[in-house]
Design a protein around this ligand. Structure first.
Ligand code: BES
Ligand code: MN
Ligand code: ZN
Length: 485
């Protein structure tokens, strides 16, 4: 997260390594437009700078500009107020992402509305991220942009935009850092310890159940998944309960710190991506931290279902029957369908808090990736739960797609010897996983978010760098904001 500074100085007067400016498509023959800075428009025209959204052109500073260089950011429109806020986030995120290794950038949006400036600033803050924790000097790591100065005509509006962008970028970075941490270092107990450290200075109470307490408490799903690893499972409960609460939301996150598939072992190719199988837990932890940092008037109770899915000598076998936290018995026909097993136990506890809304986030199924691609999250659950998430996604700009449950898939989850089987038919796999989870939420208003596609990426774009994306954190936090009103 870069340090954010607000100034009311003129764009030409700010001392920085680089000045970021939007480049608008020209309305006439004058070429691309840099609002109120015609001399830069002429330079942009001379190098044929693209005005397409997210296209970047770096120029030496023109005369009269104090910054050492200028980065023109195409926004794909003739006026800033025509640009979708998420497209602005993407464009300015691409800009700051390209500035890894740079110390100080300033961001000017002459004539922008407060809302558009806030979006550009958010994107710029999100794009200024790099994960260099495990690089030595030998690989010449480029650290993320360190300082971002935003130029605003109204200082108060600028400050409040910077504060909010700071919290959002901060919690997204918390998620990305956790997900990017390699699986030898982030195992269930290490994750639980990180949750405690990250919340130590916040009004959030943390309780951790260890493997013994999980066994005694009847968390058969979590215990079963975790038993193949030498590093035992954990269930972390976080509670943010402000005095003036306007409602309650429970959050549940899938925290498989590494998913080998267990005895139903995954193929070697791409298995390393399964370091990201705890993205749901990282997301709900970060959203809870965000609620506390923003001081939202909503009660949040969060569960992180943490286990490592390994094929050790003590691992569960395909065909094992376990008894879940609510007494339901499940036959584990495929040990690679482990996410729903750990989630189910945590969902029972979350539903028992009787929240107004229960949201779970999980990298649950490859089928969701097939259905929706690598950038869009699927949202399932009750109609009201889905609507709450989609409304929040509208505000955050993140892409979500509704997947209502078809009736006929439930019967395929009937077990041969137990109440349920942990897999259904292959077609509609994202939906069967959701329908499995439904068995554990009772009558609670509920949204199930499958982020298997968008949580982790091999290719960067917009404000998203390679590896962990932090996708869905801003939307879950937006739900909490809407419930705090
Ligand atoms: N963690 C995986 C799902 C996943 C796949 C996440 C690709 C991110 C990218 C999950 O535990 C899993 O293995 N699901 C199985 C379920 C199947 C066995 C019913 C799957 O999707 O193949
Ligand atoms: Mn799996
Ligand atoms: Zn998994």
């Amino acid at each position: 997260m870069p340090e954010l500074i607000v100034t009311t100085a003129a764009p030409t007067d700010v001392d920085a390594d680089v000045l970021l400016l939007p480049l608008l498509a020209g309305a006439d023959d004058a070429g691309p437009l840099v609002p109120q800075m015609p001399e830069l428009g002429a330079l942009a025209a001379a190098v044929d700078a693209s005005t397409d959204a997210g296209e970047l052109t770096r120029l030496p500073a023109a005369e009269g500009v104090r910054a050492r260089s200028v980065l023109l950011v195409g926004v794909g429109a003739e006026a800033l107020d025509e640009v979708d806020p998420e497209d602005l986030r993407m464009a300015f995120g691409a800009a700051t992402r390209s500035l890894a290794g740079t110390d100080h950038a300033a961001l000017a949006l002459p004539g922008a509305s407060d809302e558009q400036r806030a979006a550009a600033l958010e994107g710029a803050a999100l794009g200024a991220y790099a994960f260099t924790a495990h690089r030595t000097e030998a690989s010449s790591p480029k650290t993320a942009l360190a300082t971002l100065t935003v130029i605003a005509s109204d200082e108060a509006a600028g400050k409040s935009a910077a504060e909010r962008a700071g919290v959002l970028a901060d919690v997204v970075a918390i998620t990305r850092d956790l997900v990017n941490t390699p699986p030898n270092l982030l195992y269930p107990d290490a994750f639980a310890a990180r949750a405690q450290e990250l919340t130590a200075d916040l009004p959030i109470e943390v309780t951790v159940l260890d493997e013994k307490q999980l066994a005694e408490g009847g968390y058969g799903g979590i215990v079963g998944v975790g038993q193949g690893s030498t590093r035992p499972p954990r269930l972390v409960r976080l509670s943010y309960a402000p005095a003036n609460s306007h409602g309650s939301v429970a959050l549940v996150g899938k925290g498989i710190t590494f998913d080998t598939g267990g005895i139903s072992l995954k193929p070697a190719k791409g298995m390393d991506d399964m370091t990201s199988d705890m993205s749901g837990a990282a997301t709900v932890l970060a959203a809870t931290i965000g609620a506390a940092k923003l001081g939202l008037d909503v009660t949040v109770t969060t569960f992180l279902a943490l286990a490592e899915n390994m094929p050790g000598g003590g691992a569960q076998r395909p065909g094992d029957v376990v008894t879940m936290r609510n007494g339901t018995t499940v036959e584990v026909l495929n040990t690679d369908a482990e996410g729903r097993m750990v989630m189910a136990d945590a969902l029972v506890d979350a539903a028992a808090t009787e929240p107004d809304l229960l949201i779970d986030v999980a990298t649950l199924t490859g089928a969701a990736v097939v259905a929706l691609g690598t950038r869009t999250a699927g949202v399932m659950g009750t109609e009201g739960g889905r609507e709450s998430v989609l409304a929040a996604a509208d505000a955050s700009g993140e892409p979500f797609w509704p997947l209502p449950f078809p009736k006929e898939l439930r019967k395929d989850l009937n077990g041969r010897v137990a109440d349920l089987s942990n897999i259904g038919d292959r077609p509609g796999g994202a939906l069967s996983a959701g329908i499995f989870l439904r068995e554990f939420v009772g009558e609670t208003e509920w949204a199930h978010i499958d982020i298997a596609g968008p949580a982790f990426t091999a290719k960067p774009w917009g404000y998203t760098s390679v590896g962990a994306t932090g996708m869905s954190v801003r939307t879950v936090l937006a739900v909490l904001e809407q419930r705090a009103r």
